[in-house]
Design a protein around this ligand. Structure first.
Ligand SMILES: CC(C)(COP(=O)(O)OP(=O)(O)OC[C@H]1O[C@@H](n2cnc3c(N)ncnc32)[C@H](O)[C@@H]1OP(=O)(O)O)[C@@H](O)C(=O)NCCC(=O)NCCS
Length: 254
């Protein structure tokens, strides 16, 4: 067992703690130490029975513990990438948390720092990048591709070969037609039915989905520049090495 610290203490962080406990109930895997959060009002308090240990900068005091960054909401879905940049940790420090009721089908893979909550399903040859939030009952069908720092809210469904690019936020229950692409840092409203490609940096809503407005990402903190929302992001996406990606273990006897 390795120690694990969850960065953030909000809703997604507590959901991840619940997933970690479900993993440990089957086979002890993580020693969950608690949360780190920059909100001083939370320091010294408990969330879901675990301590909020202090601000994010305290992480260095915990040695080579594993980490998972669980921040972000529909109004600030840039935050996870900003914290990952601030931490500047090697990929092997990041845990991949997969709820035991999630299913990874043939040749599916999930990157470090990514969380799959209960009931998520990846059918075949679906790939999920690093630091991705996959909420309950998301379904990624064959050949779908989800890039780093994406958030897929509960019940999102991607048709075959659909792609969600860097940092995009797909709202609860949205349906993405097969082969359609969601551009970098774009946002799709809850319940939308996306039939056409969404360009980078836009908010789309409705059925069929249409452009609502430009995406408004918050002002960057001192942690690094805001990615360009209407062009290439400033850093190339670096693919993790194969041994840093998580695939379904072969079941003995199957
Ligand atoms: C898309 C979204 C970001 C827009 O938020 P917003 O910019 O504050 O938009 P507003 O609420 O001011 O609505 C603007 C217009 O878009 C419409 N609209 C907003 N969200 C919509 C949606 N999901 N589907 C259809 N229309 C939507 C509103 O009805 C309104 O239309 P009107 O101008 O004709 O009255 C937000 O509604 C949304 O869906 N967020 C994702 C929520 C989610 O998935 N949460 C999961 C949490 S785990």
């Amino acid at each position: 067992m390795r120690d694990l610290v969850i960065v953030g203490a909000g809703g997604f962080a507590r959901e991840t703690a619940a997933a970690v406990r479900a993993v440990n109930d089957l086979r002890p895997r993580f020693r969950l130490l608690g949360f780190l959060d920059d909100d001083p009002a939370l320091h010294g308090t408990e969330r879901v029975g675990l301590p909020v240990l202090g601000g994010i900068d305290r992480l260095a005091e915990f040695g080579d513990t594993e980490v998972v960054v669980c921040v972000g909401n529909p109004r600030n879905y840039l935050a996870r990438q900003q914290i990952v940049r601030r931490l500047a940790l090697p990929a092997d420090r990041y845990a991949t948390v997969i709820h035991p009721s999630a299913h990874l089908g043939t040749a599916c893979s999930v990157g470090p720092g990514t969380v799959l909550l209960a009931g998520a399903v990846l059918t075949a040859e679906a790939t999920v990048g690093e630091h991705v939030a996959v909420m309950p009952h998301v379904v990624l069908t064959h050949d779908s591709r989800v890039s780093d720092h994406v958030t897929l809210a509960s019940g999102v469904r991607l048709g075959g070969g659909a792609a969600v690019h860097l940092g995009a936020y797909v709202g609860a229950g949205a349906l993405i037609r097969e082969g359609v692409t969601i551009g970098e840092w774009s946002q799709v409203g809850m319940g939308s039915v996306v039939l056409r490609d969404v360009p980078p940096g836009e908010v789309w809503v409705g059925n069929p989905a249409h452009r609502l407005r430009a995406a408004e990402l918050p002002t960057p903190a001192a942690t690094g520049p805001v990615p360009q929302v209407n062009g290439a992001h400033p850093e190339p996406e670096v693919a993790p090495t194969p041994d840093q990606r998580w695939t379904m273990p072969t079941v003995v006897g199957s």
